[in-house]
Unconditional design. Structure first.
Length: 290
């Protein structure tokens, strides 16, 4: 028998990463932790980059999640009342910059439908357009239980071509809502649209002493602008300072006063602060650059 028989050396050689992952998929593994280890090893061996690794782990995380885990809580939902006129709802639309809103009757447990803001466009620019009511242009609401699997929900979003679902508890009360963007953000990270870019880019002056501030504004930049003295060793951003001061995840509309400044939460989700309104009671304020 030849000494260079390939079977004698290959039998004891360690498997390559490609052989291992191919073997795992051929065997249809059920152990998710083993698959996660292979993904991490692939990143360590530079076969995939860190972004790809994060997305793959995000996909695996989504497969374990239920609607209750990612929903926007009921308390943070921006809703429209079915009896409101188009004029009445405009401030809500401008403040929140969403493309879809739940339409309720009396309270948030009575969902009548979903308004797509684009459905208002045909009434906006025609002087002779008929007067419209929310009940005439809203679309049916999709209702799902808190226990709905997120991966199954994403499949439904794609197949049935809707983008928002209302989440209800076991008693039929509304717990919150989920959008397709909420699911995708679990996989690819925070998705910022053109409104987010505008909000996060600068400290924006809204009135003589009222400012719109991104929660991610670096603390040194915030201190320089407002003449404040927040400890830059305690947090990197002004959002971190405000969150620490609250001691809990605040809801939209909650306020707190710190160092002579009144902070109001104007935008937040279940995971982090996004945008703050800052009312400066001190003088002078550093002027906005031209």
């Amino acid at each position: 028998m030849s000494d260079d028989n390939p079977h004698s050396s290959r039998g004891s050689a360690p498997k390559s990463w490609l052989e291992r992952i191919a073997g795992m998929f051929n065997a249809e593994p059920q152990d998710v932790s083993e698959l996660e280890n292979v993904i991490s090893e692939a990143a360590n061996n530079l076969l995939i980059d860190e972004d790809t690794k994060g997305m793959l782990h995000g996909v695996l995380d989504v497969s374990k999640m239920r609607a209750r885990d990612i929903m926007i809580p009921r308390s943070q939902m921006a809703t429209l009342d079915i009896e409101q006129s188009i004029t009445d709802i405009l401030p809500i639309l401008l403040e929140n910059n969403h493309s879809r809103y739940p339409v309720v009757n009396e309270d948030k447990d009575h969902i009548e439908g979903i308004l797509l803001v684009k459905d208002l466009l045909k009434f906006a620019f025609l002087p002779d357009a008929p007067q419209c009511h929310l009940r005439d242009i809203m679309r049916p609401a999709v209702i799902i239980p808190e226990s709905k699997r997120v991966d199954a929900l994403l499949k439904e979003f794609r197949q049935k071509r809707y983008h928002m679902a209302m989440v209800v508890d076991e008693y039929g009360g509304v717990s919150g809502l989920v959008t397709i963007e909420d699911i995708l953000e679990q996989i690819v990270g925070e998705i910022e649209d053109e409104h987010d870019d505008a909000e996060d880019a600068d400290i924006k002056k809204m009135a003589s002493n009222v400012f719109q501030v991104s929660a991610l504004t670096p603390l040194d930049e915030f201190n320089s602008h407002f003449g404040s003295h927040f400890n830059e060793e305690e947090a990197d951003t002004i959002g971190g300072i405000v969150l620490h001061a609250f001691g809990h995840m605040p809801e939209r509309g909650e306020t707190i006063e710190l160092d002579g400044l009144l902070f109001k939460v104007s935008k937040a989700n279940s995971r982090r602060l996004l945008q703050l309104q800052v009312i400066n009671g001190k003088a002078p304020v550093v002027s906005e650059p031209d």
